[in-house]
Design a binder for this molecule. Structure first.
Ligand code: NAD
Length: 512
């Protein structure tokens, strides 16, 4: 997208949406909105196909992922074109954020899933160690609904699908109506990779389709999107006791300490705030810089921002805002900040030289927590710098937020960076880097406070698409439980002796 416009349809027909490029405003296509009946039929089909897929050895499922990786590598130019057309991102950004990360994810889970999901023998403690054997098996949940946003439309759709599929589930993917063609790429990749039909179905549509999916009786919802929609998804899932993960918005803080390498920190601030035109869930939305280095830092930032090229064609660094409501949010946050005394060092307006949805890369100082630009998610190319007394003050302000997705700290002293990281109430922290946790396949990703519920990615995320099923076998063929009834005083006395042995003697404590 793109710019989404409803198209009139006759009674009883599915609704249609027209899409236009955010960069050129020219039409780029139309989609039909899948309704509750379509979603219901897709769930039914997925249920039919899923058991055979789950019964395959995990290596077979990994083979499909590896073929998917080859498809992605071979057709990357075509896919990049699709993403750029509907988002207005720079080519490099589409390649780096969407293609590279998707390849890395396919490769990572293809290579690691078998090990992560291998049945685990557990050594029990205490008296049960003598009587029971236990194995935990990771069973697929069944049918998983993936609902994704528009800001990184390919990787945020593909990544949860890869994890759910390799774990043995069937998936229904509902990409954003703003970027439906990028979502469709996921279906194309798996079709060409030889995934059996029905195991990954892409349902195009808007909130109607997404809401229908949350109540369609799937076994899990993996949702990525805004806090407001996340709450609706949580309510729908709660009513049906459907498990869900919610990866929601953020307002990431960056802390620049007085001993930071200011060139690196300025580079990090510019990348963190303007990458993906600031429409990045872990984008740097608030910079707290210790006042002794604040002027030098701001000067270095301005110098870098002056070199950024905004555009729609050829080589450029900052692209379009993906759709009009986001531009409205950005403009209202800036208007509020300026009205309350913020100082705009550069940008601060729509780009008058470009026809589409372009907001100039903006640096703003003299901001405070009375301004929406420091408290609500702006999701735009705005770098807001606030001077702070010292690092303690920065930590206090960074934690003064209803969000808690990511944060980053800049210092030459790694130990200090770690100590500050430990004091931040947020999902993850990077030291001397922009928040790039989502791209680190090994680690879990997820927000605290309003930024989310549950975690995705890595071992925790992959296991989240499974039910961890303990299988407990009695070593003595069940004789012990068979003798459990009827109760007697003698039995109670034996139990008391056992407790004394187990927790009242050094031998028993060693056993426990
Ligand atoms: P959104 O909440 O508007 O939409 C997300 C998806 O939900 C879309 O596919 C949409 O069609 C669907 N949807 C809308 N109403 C629904 C309903 N009632 N039930 C079910 N689904 C429904 O979010 P967006 O504007 O597409 O994305 C931007 C937001 O996503 C930002 O807040 C950003 O921070 C957040 N985000 C978070 C992460 C993360 O991992 N934490 C990653 C990327 C984006």
């Amino acid at each position: 997208m793109a710019i989404v416009t409803p198209i009139e349809t006759s009674d009883g027909a599915r609704r249609r949406l027209g899409l236009a490029s955010p960069a050129t405003l020219e039409p780029i296509g139309e989609i039909e909105v899948q309704n509750a009946d379509d979603v219901g039929a897709a769930v039914e089909r997925a249920r039919k196909e899923q058991p055979a897929w789950a019964a395959l050895p995990i290596d077979e499922r990994a083979r499909v992922m590896r073929r998917g990786l080859q498809v992605l590598l071979e057709r990357q130019d075509e896919f990049i074109e699709v993403v750029v057309r509907e988002t207005g991102k720079p080519h490099t950004e589409a390649m780096m954020m969407e293609i590279y990360s998707s390849c890395d994810c396919l490769n990572f889970y293809a290579r690691r899933a078998a090990k992560i999901l291998k049945p685990e023998k557990k050594r029990l403690h205490g008296i049960m160690a003598l009587t029971k054997q236990v194995r935990v098996e990771y069973r697929p949940l069944g049918v998983v609904g993936v609902i994704s946003p528009w800001n990184a439309p390919l990787v945020l759709s593909l990544n949860p699908c890869v994890q759910a599929l390799i774990a043995g589930n069937a998936v229904l993917l509902k990409p954003s109506e703003v970027t439906p063609y990028s979502g469709k790429i996921v279906g194309d990749i798996f079709q060409e990779a030889g995934l059996p039909d029905g195991l990954l179905q892409v349902l195009l549509g808007d909130s109607e389709t997404g809401a229908a999916l949350t109540v369609a009786g799937v076994d899990k919802i993996s949702f990525t999107g805004s806090v407001a929609t996340g709450r609706k998804v949580a309510v729908a899932c709660a009513e049906r006791l459907t498990p869900c993960t919610l990866e929601l918005g953020g307002k990431d803080a960056m802390i620049v300490c007085d001993d930071a390498n200011l060139d690196s920190a300025a580079g990090g601030a510019v990348a963190g705030s303007f990458m993906n035109t600031g429409q990045y869930c872990c984008g740097t939305e608030r910079v707290y810089v210790v006042e002794s280095v604040a002027d030098e830092f701001s000067a270095k930032v301005i110098e870098r921002v002056a070199r950024l090229r905004q555009g729609a064609e050829g080589e450029f660094d900052v692209g379009a805002i993906f759709w009009p409501p986001q531009l409205d949010v950005i403009e209202s946050h800036m208007a509020d900040a300026v009205a309350k005394g913020a100082n705009v060092l550069c940008g601060g307006r729509r780009n008058p030289d470009l026809p589409g949805l372009f907001y100039e890369p903006t640096v703003v100082t003299d901001v405070s927590h009375d301004m929406r630009i420091m408290t609500e998610e702006t999701f735009g190319p705005i770098l807001a710098i606030m001077r702070v007394r010292d690092e303690e003050h920065a930590i206090e302000l960074a934690n003064d937020s209803e969000y808690g997705l990511g944060a980053n700290v800049w210092t030459r002293d790694k130990r200090k960076g770690m100590e500050i990281a430990e004091q931040l109430h947020t999902g993850s922290v990077c030291v001397n880097d922009i928040t790039m946790t989502y791209g680190v396949q090994e680690v879990p990703f997820g927000g605290r406070k309003n930024s989310g519920v549950g975690q995705v990615n890595g071992e925790i995320g992959l296991k989240g698409y499974c039910h961890a099923e303990p299988i407990i076998v009695d070593r003595f063929g069940g004789r012990q439980v068979a003798g459990m009834y009827p109760y007697s005083r003698k039995r109670d006395e034996r139990m008391q002796k056992l407790m004394r042995l187990q927790w009242g003697t050094s031998f028993g404590r060693r056993l426990s």
